[in-house]
Write a protein that binds this ligand. Sequence first.
Ligand code: NDP
Ligand code: 8X3
Length: 250
Amino acid sequence: MTKTAMITGASSGFGAATARRLVKLGWRVIITGRRAERLQSLSDELGGPDVAHIAAFDIRDEAGLDTALAALPPAFRGIDLLVNNAGLALGTSPAQKSDLGQWQQMIDTNVTGLARMTYKLLPVLIEHKGAIINIGSIAAHYPYPGGNVYGGTKAFVHQFSKNLRSELAGTGMRVTVIEPGLCETEFTLVRTSGNQQVHDNLYKGANPLQADDIAATIEWVATLPPHVNINVLEVMPISQTWSPFSIHRE
Ligand code: NDP
Ligand code: 8X3
């Protein structure tokens, strides 16, 4: 039977790459994001509305989500997999120089948006003995200057994933959090309000992960036998590793 995945943040990066992989496997996908024109060209590329249904809304907007869910065509209502991927980091300044509005947007998107989407899809996912794959980050575990609220939102995603897994015991549902490191997508352009120079310098010579590397892990997790649950999966490019603690000296 054809499976259906809801992929949030499919207008670029990991989400778009995941939609491409799942459709190649014969899945139907619901692709979400704010940029409707991006979603339209992805849907066209993937075979049109019978295969890739567009749900364009801002994940911070509960009414927008409700409208999108109510408008799902019958063939897309039986959701088997939720990929909670939509998210962003905003700003690279230390906390004391950050913008409070950017903190709020990260919390509204990465925490509230993700939790609300999960809550609303839980009944259908349980009915289908489905799966949730949340996209966290290494920033949930390893602090770095400029990580302030972004890392905090991803720590929420980590613990929320584990709590869900524990609470869904006996339902047959699977829950995974994938925690990527350095990956070249639009992430840094978004974080720096479009600073191409910062984007180029960050990834130059680092052979970073690419969106399809993460999509491949999502595909792997989603297609394991139903009795197997990957709880947490941390993925970095080989070029990225840890540094010693920083010591400030007088
Ligand atoms: P991209 O910027 O390429 O993609 C982010 C996606 O999130 C876009 O499709 C965007 O859609 C969507 N999105 C952002 N805000 C909203 C919103 N308010 N409403 C709806 N959709 C929204 O980045 P990535 O693919 O890299 O990021 C995907 C996820 O991976 C994020 O959660 C990010 O935190 C996480 N991550 C990224 C890493 C990296 O290094 N790239 C590493 C670890 C984790 P649109 O703009 O059209 O609304
Ligand atoms: C993105 C990875 O290290 O830029 O979540 O925070 S990092």
